[in-house]
Ligand binder design. Structure first.
Ligand SMILES: [Zn+2]
Length: 447
């Protein structure tokens, strides 16, 4: 029982040589330890093919390394042949690939059926009004179970390799600040294993549900990083006043903005531009505003998209997407290549808005790869960044840029030979580390 460290629930490993099945329960690693046989990407392999005029990238080169981890950081990256000092704590990554931790940057951790019995969404007669009506009924019933449900979602995130997230949290006339209080308490329980930022979210409409006072109370209570919002025209029926009030809240409490906009281009684009007008006047907002979903960007011509992307880039607007399938494909690649920061999230795991979320952000990169990229080694490799905040082992030129000594030791170990295989095949996450601490899975002791 002392030969490995981690959880007996870790999924069986595959493909990578002989792997010891871990048997112990989750426990702390030492503050300083060695991790041997870690597979790191070192570059691309370019080869000539008879039917092609010039060499092409066919594979990704990797090397086995030993890492020394101390005080939550990668202290040293050593050759695999380096001798671990006698008596030092050492664990064996068994040749598995190391990837940076995944980031779930749009999730609603405060409200879910997940953690309880299965519930699919109900059909609607009046669109989102029915979802809000259901929400009014369900929120008070769920509040006593909320911490348990949030904990189940965090464990699901951990099991998929995510240790950084940004969560919306309802502030509305039904739950008032109840969801926020429970979410703060829940996240406090996970403060050593999950970096989480909170967005206070007037789900029933900032103006439509007369929630400005509640939002002020929520922001006053502290621990909040962003003012949220939803559809200034279709929810609040007063785009300019809704946007201006949201911006004023952000300025008054010196926080960012992360606003849901599901509206069509006719109303969404003017709202985006009004927010960006405010950003031009208020430098403190620059680099601290996120447009969530923004489906309208999929309706734009190439030229229109280029124009708004240039403005978003100049002002540091981030685009958050749950990567919708079956609608107009979101131009996430185009936005990324235009220099806009693109982040991905689960949104709902299992609630009255959606039934499909699974907290697997690597799967979001996989979906973006399938929707917008070619299935080549290089293109699939490049999509990993959508899951990792664009912290990637290789840069666009194929130079190794991660991990370096001094980087935070937040990473996954997976049974894959390279990033492209990981994105394409979605292997299990066998060991998940946050700041040097094992938060899910297992690694055996090095022999
Ligand atoms: Zn959302």
């Amino acid at each position: 029982m002392t030969e490995s460290i981690g959880s007996a629930t870790a999924a069986p490993m595959m493909d990578i040589g002989t792997v010891t099945t871990p048997v112990t329960s989750v426990q702390d690693l030492s503050k300083a330890y060695y991790l041997t046989n870690v597979r790191l990407e070192t570059g691309f392999v370019e080869e000539k093919r008879a039917w092609l005029d010039s060499p092409v990238i066919t594979h990704t080169r990797t090397a086995l390394k030993t890492l020394r981890i101390a005080d939550g950081r990668i202290a040293e990256v050593l050759d695999a042949t380096s001798v671990v000092p006698p008596g030092a704590a050492a664990y064996d990554a068994q040749g598995q690939l190391m990837l940076p931790t995944f980031r779930d940057m749009h999730i609603h951790l405060d409200k879910t059926f997940y953690g309880g019995p299965w519930e699919a969404t109900l059909p609607t007669q009046h669109g989102r009004a029915d979802r809000v009506a259901q929400e009014r009924e369900v929120l008070p019933k769920l509040l006593p179970l909320a911490e348990e449900h949030t904990a189940a979602m965090v464990r699901l995130m951990h099991s998929h390799g995510t240790t950084v997230c940004r969560s919306h949290c309802n502030v509305d006339p039904v739950s008032r600040l109840g969801n926020l209080e429970h979410l703060k308490a829940s996240l406090e329980r996970f403060k050593d294993t999950l970096d989480a930022a909170i967005i206070v979210f007037p789900q029933h409409g900032l103006l439509a549900s007369d929630s400005v006072g509640l939002m002020r109370e929520a922001l006053q209570s502290g621990g909040v990083s962003y003012v949220g919002g939803v559809d200034p025209t279709s929810f609040d029926h007063a785009m300019e006043k809704s946007v201006d009030t949201t911006v004023q809240l952000a300025l008054d409490f010196n926080v960012g903005i992360d606003i849901h906009v599901h509206e069509p281009r006719e109303t969404a684009i003017p709202a985006f531009n009004r927010i960006m007008d405010h950003m031009e006047k208020n430098k403190q907002l620059q680099g601290n505003v996120t447009f969530s979903h923004a489906y309208s960007l999929a309706e734009l011509s190439k030229e229109e998209l280029n124009d708004i992307a240039a403005r978003m880039k100049a002002l540091g607007v981030t685009l958050a997407s749950a990567v919708p399938l079956g609608k107009g494909t979101m131009p996430l690649r185009e936005l990324h290549e235009a220099g806009v920061m693109v982040i991905c999230g689960t949104d709902s795991v299992m609630d009255w808005w959606d039934s499909f979320g699974n907290c697997d952000i690597l799967q979001k990169a996989h979906e973006i790869a399938r929707l917008e990229y070619r299935s080549t080694e290089y293109d699939i490799n490049r999509t990993l960044g959508f899951a990792t905040g664009f912290v990637t082992p290789l840069n666009d030129k194929g130079e190794q840029v991660w991990p370096k000594a001094g980087d935070e030791a937040s990473f996954n170990l997976l049974p894959a030979s390279c990033s492209a295989e990981a994105v394409a095949r979605l292997p299990v996450r066998n060991a998940v580390f946050h700041r040097g601490k094992l938060v899910y899975g297992a690694v055996p002791k090095a022999s």
